[in-house]
Write a protein that binds this ligand. Structure first.
Ligand code: 4GS
Length: 243
């Protein structure tokens, strides 16, 4: 999968050169190409922003510079283009799965007060927000998107890791996990986990996931994919799914 990122701050993208995503790019499973919008400035001082028509605070990124950077991307006509902005639909795991089916994503990062509307209209990207709060730029949202989409690309995660996490598959939060030592500060690992009885372990984990989801994010439980056995267990806990 290929990501092209249009940004004024390519230096901000160090985090996704580390760990799992960094390894996947070295293995060529992912390609992350950072395009510096400033390289497409037309004046000798490399200006990329200017004051807003009509007045107001802050600076806006100029449309011509953004458009030239976009058109410099090979095969941009066939890529899916995303603009990270609070005006977009909130990113969900479902959307992440959808985006993972694309071959080529172009991510447009705003900065300062934003980008001249004409180039947004011209490119007409899909608008995505990572949440209802205001950041200084689209760089962190882009990295968030690259990170969560990349988890779905074959070979990025170790085998078996993908589908067990929260929201995936059944829409429940994760059960608690434990590792060595068996006793930490006098607290023993739950006995069931060292019983070696895999069926019982799976049942225990499922119950914990249901319990945790109910206690921490009850609204998720209503949308979750529940089996009859799950519903029976919730009924035993006096948990009702209708309010
Ligand atoms: C987000 C967000 C964001 C908005 C960029 C103000 C600089 C900033 N982008 N999800 N101008 N939340 N962008 O806050 O995507």
């Amino acid at each position: 999968m290929k990501f092209d990122v249009l940004t004024l701050f390519p230096e901000m993208f160090e985090p996704i050169k580390q760990s799992i995503i960094g390894r996947a790019t070295l293995k060529k499973i992912l390609e992350i190409n950072l395009v510096n919008i400033r390289d497409f400035s037309k004046d000798k001082h490399k200006h990329v922003d200017d004051t807003p028509y009509g007045g107001g605070a802050g600076m806006l990124i100029k449309p011509d510079v953004v458009y030239s950077s976009f058109k410099s991307i090979e095969n941009h006509e066939n890529a899916k283009v995303i603009y990270l902005t609070p005006q977009g639909k909130t990113l969900t795991q479902k959307k992440v799965e959808e985006l993972a089916n694309e071959e080529h994503l172009i991510l447009l990062c705003g900065h300062y007060e934003g980008i001249d509307q004409r180039v947004i209209d011209k490119i007409s990207p899909e608008e995505i927000s990572i949440g209802d709060y205001v950041l200084t730029g689209g760089e962190l949202p882009s990295m968030v998107l690259i990170d969560c989409v990349s988890r779905y690309i074959t070979g990025v995660l170790s085998k078996g890791s993908t589908y067990q996490e929260s929201f995936e598959g059944d829409g429940l939060l994760e059960y608690p996990q434990y590792t060595k030592p068996e006793i930490f500060e006098g607290i023993q690992v739950p006995n069931i986990l060292i019983s070696g009885h895999h069926e019982n372990i799976n049942k225990w984990r499922r119950k914990k996931a249901l319990e945790i989801t109910y206690n921490k994010r009850p609204e998720l439980l209503k949308k979750a994919n529940l089996t009859d056995e799950d519903k029976k267990f919730l009924a035993e806990l006096n948990i009702s799914l209708s309010d």
